[in-house]
Structure formats: C-alpha cells, structure tokens
Write a protein that binds this ligand. Structure first.
Ligand SMILES: [Cu+2]
Length: 493
C-alpha cells in the first residue's frame, strides 16, 4: 500500500462507526527482522546481561518516524538466552526520562528480582537483580510493568523475548538454530497517527476493550516476509499485543505441530490447524515447508460460538477478535536443507495433585461500564475489579505459605474474555467450567484465557523464595485493564 493510501485508511478509521479499527490489508515486502541474541557476559561464573532502556525513533512505515522506546535498540529488545543452572545478573540501566520497570514474564525468581510495580527504576538509575535460572526450557518474555503505565510503555516498545535452554531442549532434535530455523515471532497490533507516531489511548472504548490497532508488527516489522531455508521451522509465537487475541493458522489450512505452551515443552507434539493466543500467551510450533511453496501465517476470527467471544452490549464496541488478516508471509527458498524428524516424546511434566492443595482461593473478575474512568486520575481506582477491589499498592491481598500448593479458582463475571496471569511460577490447569482442559492447556502455563461466564481452576506450588515484604502480582494481561485496576498482590512467606 502506498503511503497516501495508508494515510487515507488511517483517516477513515478515525471517523468510522467501528470503535476498534478494521485491520488493514498487508502487502508483504519487508524481511522479517530477527532481534539479536544476547547471551550475556560470563565473569566468575556469573552471567551478566546489560540492558539499557532508551528512547529512539523507528521507521516502521517508509518515510515516517515513530517515537519509540526499546532495550539496547530503538524498539523492542534483544532476545535473552538463559541457561538453566546459570547464576545470572540482569543489569538494567534506565536511560529514559521517565520511571520504568522490567518484569521477567514467566520466570521463577525472587520477588525482589521480579520487576513488578514495586521495583521502580528511576531515570538514570540501574537495577541489577540476580537469581539462579531454575525451571524448564521455554519461551518467556520481558516487559515494562510500571503501575498505570504498563500499557503505554509496552506499546512504545519495552518488550523482548527470553529463550530458556536446558539439557532436554539441547538434546531434542527440534529446530534450534536461532534466526535460521528457530524463529521468534513477537506479534503486536498498532495504531499510527498520520505523523507516524503511535496512537495510544484516544477514547473510553480503548480502555474498555483494551487497545486494538489496525497494523501488524512482527518483531517490529510491518508487512513482513520470512524465507525458510530448512524443511522444518520452529516459530516461537508470543502474543505481545496489549489487548488483541490472535487465532494463528495458515492461509492454506496446513497442519502444524505445537510443541510448547507458556512454560515450556509439552509431553508430546500436538497436531493442529489453528491456535488461539491471548495477550502474553506463548506457543512454540514446528511447521513443515516445501521448496518454493509460499504460504501466509494468518489470524482467523475466533471460531463461531467460541467461549472467548465478547458478549452483550460490549460486543458492539469490540470488532477486534472477529477479523481475518495476514501476519507473516512465508516464502521458502528454492532448495531447502532437510531437518530431522520431530521427536514423538518431548518433556515429562509432573502433575500436581489437587488433594495436596492447602487452600482454594476464589477470585472474580468484573468490570463496570461507566464513562468516568478515562486516564484514571484518582488514587489508583478504575473500572476493573478482582473480587470487587482495584489494585492498591498498599494492600497485600494474599499471604501464601512457602512450599504450599494452592488451587486458584478464577471466575469471569464480565462480558469479555480476560487473560489471567500470575507471577512466581508456572501453573497447571485443572478444569474449565468443571471439565478437564483441552490438550493445548495440559502443559505449563502462566496465563489462562477466561471467557465471559467461565470458571477456571489451576494448581500451583509456591516454593523456593520467601519474602514477606515484597509482593508478586496477579492480573489481567489486557494491559489497559491491568493499568486500570484489574490486578492484585501476594507474598510468599
Ligand atoms: Cu481484562
């Protein structure tokens, strides 16, 4: 699309009746950017990763500069390669002119190292959490978690991927040549103003539904093309959108194999044709290609009758998750290097037993439809609630005993789906509305979609770290909901 047409479409989307803009058509032409690997520097058996949050300007759309923020670059950050057993230090320098934090999403770390809203890094300051990497291999990510500003900072670029490796992931014959057949896909939707700047919250509806954009960025690339050179490619899918849910599929309806959920490898590969990821969910998939046979990774509308669809009067403002659009054009080379067969067995996942649970905690998510919340100026209030309360930094909602197992039962009493995320550890889903989870929810998870009216139970162990003075977070991962109150805190002590 020419620049003039793009500007025209931006103009149209601001005047239309649809409150969330319809997705623009893609003309794939830009090579997919691959964030550089960052393996840290080892001294005295500690691996240190230098990270600098900085302002920049990024040309996503030819001829237009977008003010952005990133880590060690102008938009997004490097892919951190962590190895199980390593003692790591994540040395974060805040070179922004505003406060920030960096949260290691999905990592099992001490509360003080978690990078939540309490671990603020003032402009010019450094924050250098240390911990030992001790969990299964998988795809994780890092992002700003600043109170009330997470949505805005992530939208402008404070996000990157983490690849955690262990002995099993090194040994399995899965594609693992980063940037060649092991490809990060950080998928985001964005809305631009005509001057090229990002168009963050503009209207009440942007907060109510979460912010939907009309252009797709994959690793910060618009209209992206990837050219495989091997017969199998692993894609590490990360939904890093603020609010949009993607239903990943291919335009030729091909089958692919899912090999990992949020927290790591599954027990065995799962054949499928589509896969729904809400904000912050990850999946690793392996896709087979034939030489010179192109296809397109797309997002489908939510399936008809999906329990994750928005209901009632909210559905009228929410055109976002019911569109089909392109994500990534894939054009395999004329000759491909042959990849090994997929293993039939992947990881062993020890199951937590519900009878070992010390307590069941019941949480209800709800939202109010009022108009008086734009920008949320008051004392931290908002229109998004957990058990009728909004996030309060002064309130620790739960104090959990170290080394206990708990069941959390989350009910959604609103008209739209909320992806519920909890810090500290990976959990296992026990049931959804009383029924066992589908195969793709059997693995380790740190975020779970909870559709309108649904109740989901998960089980989790709170071990290794105790700190009565520093809290972990749980929250909706639609960032505009999190920023406006749908969050709470717990300590492990
Ligand atoms: Cu939400």
């Amino acid at each position: 699309m020419s620049r003039r047409n793009f500007l025209k479409s931006v103009g149209l989307s601001t005047g239309g009746l649809l409150l969330s803009p319809a997705m623009r058509a893609v003309q794939a032409r830009n090579p997919l950017q691959i964030p550089e690997r960052h393996e840290g520097i080892t001294t005295n058996s500690r691996v240190t990763y230098s990270l600098r949050a900085q302002k920049g300007s990024t040309e996503f759309i030819p001829g237009l500069q977008t003010p952005t923020i990133g880590i060690n670059r102008s938009y997004l950050g490097p892919t951190l390669i962590l190895k199980r057993g390593d003692d790591v230090e994540l040395d974060v320098h805040n070179a922004l002119s505003e406060k920030t934090t960096l949260h290691w999403h999905g990592l099992h770390v001490p509360a003080k190292a978690d990078g939540g809203p309490a671990q603020i890094i003032e402009p010019g300051d450094r924050w250098s959490p240390r911990f030992t990497v001790d969990q299964s291999a998988g795809t994780f990510w890092y992002h700003s978690h600043l109170l009330h500003k997470t949505g805005e900072q992530v939208y402008h670029g404070l996000t990157g991927m983490i690849i955690l490796q262990d002995e099993l992931s090194d040994r399995l014959p899965l594609p693992n040549d980063y940037g060649v057949d092991d490809i990060p896909l950080i998928v985001q939707d964005r809305r631009f103003k005509s001057d090229g700047s990002f168009d963050y919250i503009r209207a009440h509806s942007d907060v109510m539904t979460g912010l939907f954009g009309d252009r797709i960025l994959v690793n910060g690339t618009v209209d992206a093309v990837f050219r495989p050179t091997t017969t199998r490619v692993r894609f590490r899918l990360l939904n890093a959108a603020n609010a949009r849910t993607f239903t990943f599929a291919f335009d030729d309806n091909r089958t692919f194999s899912q090999v990992a959920t949020d927290g790591g490898l599954m027990e065995k590969p799962l054949e499928r044709k589509s896969l729904i990821l809400a904000p912050s969910e990850r999946a690793e998939i392996v896709v087979e290609f034939n030489a010179s046979e192109p296809c397109t990774l797309i997002s489908l509308p939510l399936p008809a009758g999906s329990q994750f669809a928005t209901r009632g009067m909210m559905a009228r403002m929410h055109s976002g998750n019911d569109e089909r659009f392109d994500l990534l054009r894939i054009e395999p080379a004329a000759s491909l290097q042959s990849s090994p067969d997929l293993p039939t067995v992947l990881a062993k996942i020890p199951r937590l037993n519900p009878s070992d649970a010390a307590v069941t905690r019941k949480l209800t998510l709800s939202m109010a439809m009022g108009m008086g919340m734009m920008g949320r100026r008051g004392s931290g209030g908002g229109n998004f609630f957990i058990n009728g309360q909004t996030m309060d930094m002064e309130v620790v909602n739960y104090r959990i005993k170290k080394d206990t197992v708990e069941i959390w039962e989350i009910t959604n009493d609103s008209m739209m789906m909320h992806p519920f995320h909890i810090h500290h550890s990976q959990f296992q889903i026990l049931d959804r509305n009383g029924k066992p989870p589908e195969a793709d929810e059997h693995g380790l998870k740190d975020t779970v979609k909870i559709g309108p009216g649904e109740t989901v139970r998960f089980i989790m162990r709170f071990e290794n770290y105790a700190d009565p003075d520093t809290a972990y977070m749980y929250h909706c991962h639609i960032l505009e909901h999190e920023d406006n109150g749908m969050m709470g805190q717990f300590t492990v002590e």
